[in-house]
Design a protein around this ligand. Structure first.
Ligand code: SAM
Ligand code: DTB
Ligand code: SF4
Length: 328
């Protein structure tokens, strides 16, 4: 897999005539994935709000006046109940998120029990808990965690404009700990935070020149009132990302990281069906289903099944990675 992409090459992809870009992205997609299939994932916030970090987009930061109430880590049984419901609704992947800067060692046994329980239901597991030490990453790997989500969010040169309580390098360190523990990496970011095209190029460049994350979520900013970026966007509506530019970003991610799952993540709720259809054409092959993301509203199952059926697309059959080995 190529990890020597230059910024010039990525710029040239962004600059392609739209139809050429889409043609290439869909060709790369078909060479690597079953066509017309999309993985359905469900999110659950297992520990909400009160986060000590200052991410400018996030409703769960202690600095946000978003009205999100802080909660404790959920009980294992309640998480497994939500996972069973997600499976009933056709989800093949269950992603558990916690509003932490990092987990404490004492939380790990509970997290491990959640991973084991969800895997036993036959779903792929993903967690996102903030920074991890090497030994925490190993403990989650031992419990069977398939993916760990830890986003770089934006270009390295734009990072400090979005978050000041940690650095881009901190992010890279956790990604390395996750990778070394043998967990698949889920790493992407957010488009539509008022960044420039050059920042989007830098963002994709950073992802495509690391060992490719097996999973790349591309979120469109959900502007939440009471957050730095949500309020900024409310004041300057023109800052909202152009849909075509969003689709271009998805396409460039697909072309530069041909074997990664590209996830059309947050922001679908305010996206037209046509824009989502273009994202699938551009190589997105996963969506979050259900009415809620972590704290923000999502499109909802009825709308989604109507859209997929309109587009002649179907849910990807998925098995937790390594499930066969585990059964042996
Ligand atoms: N605390 C952990 C962390 O930051 O790694 C995990 C949870 S955090 C909510 C996971 C990701 O959700 C962030 O990295 C960001 O990319 C995305 N996200 C959070 N709020 C968002 C928003 N308002 N719009 C779009 N994406 C958002
Ligand atoms: C990711 O990149 N997107 C998901 C997942 N990783 C954890 C989260 C989106 C959160 C959207 C805002 C919210 O619900 O608060
Ligand atoms: Fe905390 Fe994660 Fe939200 Fe940042 S994105 S404030 S680390 S929950």
């Amino acid at each position: 897999m190529r990890t020597d992409w230059t910024r010039e090459e990525i710029t040239a992809l962004f600059d392609l005539p739209f139809n050429d870009l889409m043609f290439e992205a869909q060709s790369v997609h078909r060479a690597n994935f079953p066509r017309n299939e999309v993985q359905l994932s469900t999110l659950l916030s297992i520990k909400t709000g009160g986060c000590p970090e200052d991410c400018g987009y996030c409703s769960q930061s202690k600095d946000a006046e978003s009205g999100v109430k802080a909660t404790k880590l959920m009980d294992v049984q309640a998480v497994l109940q939500a996972a069973a419901q997600a499976k009933d609704h056709g989800s093949g992947r269950f992603c558990m998120g916690a509003a932490w800067r990092n987990p404490k060692d004492k939380d790990i046994p509970k997290l491990a029990a959640m991973i084991k329980g969800v895997r036993e239901m036959g779903m792929e597991t993903c967690m996102t808990l903030g920074m991890l030490t090497p030994s925490q990453a190993r403990a989650l790997a031992d419990a069977g965690l398939d993916y760990y989500n830890h986003n770089i969010d934006t270009a390295p040169e734009n990072y400090a404009n979005v978050i000041t309580t940690r650095t881009f390098e901190d992010r890279m360190e956790t990604l390395e700990n996750v990778r070394s523990a043998g967990i698949n990496v889920c790493c992407g970011g957010i488009v539509g935070m008022g960044e420039t095209r050059a920042d989007r190029i830098g963002f994709i460049h950073a992802l495509a020149t690391m060992p490719h994350p097996e999973s790349v979520p591309i979120n469109a900013l959900v502007p939440v009132k009471g957050t730095v970026l949500g309020d900024m966007l409310a004041d300057t509506p023109l800052a909202k990302i152009d849909e075509i530019e969003f689709v271009r970003t998805v396409a460039v991610a697909r072309i530069t990281m041909p074997q990664s799952m590209v996830r059309l993540s947050a922001g679908r709720e305010s996206m037209s069906e046509s824009c989502q259809a273009l994202c699938f054409m551009a190589g997105a092959n996963s969506i979050f289903t259900g009415d809620k993301l972590l704290t923000a509203p999502n499109a909802g199952d009825d709308k989604d099944s109507a859209l997929l059926s309109k587009l002649g697309m179907k849910a990807m059959a998925s098995q937790p990675l390594g499930a066969l080995e585990a059964a042996e």
